[in-house]
Design a protein around this ligand. Structure first.
Ligand SMILES: C[S@@+](CC[C@H](N)C(=O)[O-])C[C@H]1O[C@@H](n2cnc3c(N)ncnc32)[C@H](O)[C@@H]1O
Length: 282
């Protein structure tokens, strides 16, 4: 029997780890910092980052919490389905392999004041957000905060929301791939609904735009170009637009050259971020 193909389209090599770390620096400028400013830092002593990747968010969360000079000891734990991108050494941060779609071990139950999740959109099917949130809820302390940052791709499907013609080949292949793989068009909505279903309270869903942010425009374009360059060969193979790896890489090169031309004309692909925050009832 063949191995199940992972939905997640990104690799886990050194180049991808570097891309994730660079992406993190941009994302915390797009959204409201590593820890959303609505979360009271003085109430946070144990922190989990689920689908942590390289653990880069944990490092920044640790720095932010260090500045709260209340002398209390803090605990940090990263979980990911794969250890391939775990760093060799992270100061006072524990790391474990764990699939968010399965229940956490009993020692983590009701343990965390803050759980952060970011960018699982391409790894989970639309219907899997609820299972993930149920599992996360079990490791959240009563009164603790769940902060989940996701991408809303619906502007790519909206014919009224125009993009430069040279960006369209990328958008067409990417949206085809998303639909074929049951990837959520609007993951923040799926997350927010899963929060409500799980009984999280005080749920907020904060929007953050990328297009129109002149202060970060060049970095946003470089990030978008980097992301779609990374995934496009696999996308073309999985959608059947390329028959083999050679054809996929040749076609991807053309699509990415067109995307770069669109960026040279000032385009920024209109992906939107949202931070969804909820609290576990006391
Ligand atoms: C796009 S990366 C984001 C990493 C990190 N959250 C960040 O923002 O830098 C997605 C991560 O989710 C992990 N992942 C995919 N499916 C998962 C699952 N079912 N449970 C836990 N982690 C998962 C991948 O291994 C990868 O590290």
């Amino acid at each position: 029997m063949g191995e199940a193909v992972e939905r997640y389209p990104l690799g886990r090599d050194t180049a991808e780890s570097k891309r994730l770390n660079e992406q993190h620096k941009l994302l915390i400028e797009i959204v409201d910092g590593a820890i959303d400013s609505t979360i009271p830092l003085d109430r946070i002593s144990s922190v989990a980052d689920v689908a942590t990747g390289t653990g880069v968010w944990l490092w920044d969360a640790q720095q932010a919490l260090c500045k709260v000079a209340d002398g209390s000891a803090r605990y940090f734990h990263g979980f990911d389905i794969s250890s391939a991108q775990f760093p060799a050494a992270l100061n006072e941060i524990e790391l474990s392999v764990h699939d968010v779609l399965t229940p956490f071990a009993p020692e983590h139950r009701d343990r965390y004041d803050l759980i952060h999740v970011r960018l699982l959109v391409t790894a989970l099917g639309e219907s899997e957000f609820e299972t993930a949130v149920q599992n996360l809820l079990s490791i959240l302390k009563p009164g603790g905060y769940l902060q989940w940052v996701e991408i809303d791709y619906t502007p790519l499907y909206d014919p009224k929301n125009t993009h430069h013609p040279k960006a369209m080949p990328m958008i067409q292949s990417w949206t085809k791939y998303m639909d074929q793989n049951n990837i959520s068009r609007n993951a923040p909505i799926a997350v927010a609904k899963a929060f409500e279903t799980a009984g999280l309270v005080e749920v907020v869903n904060r929007p953050f735009l990328v297009r129109g942010r002149e202060d970060i425009k060049a970095r946003a374009q470089a990030w978008e170009l980097g992301f779609w360059s990374t995934v496009m060969p696999l996308v073309l193979k999985r959608t059947g637009e390329a028959a083999n790896s050679d054809e996929a890489s040749e076609k991807a090169n053309g699509i990415i050259a067109d995307l770069a031309a669109a960026f040279a004309h000032g385009e920024v692909i209109d992906v939107r971020f949202r931070t969804v925050i909820g609290q576990k009832a006391n």
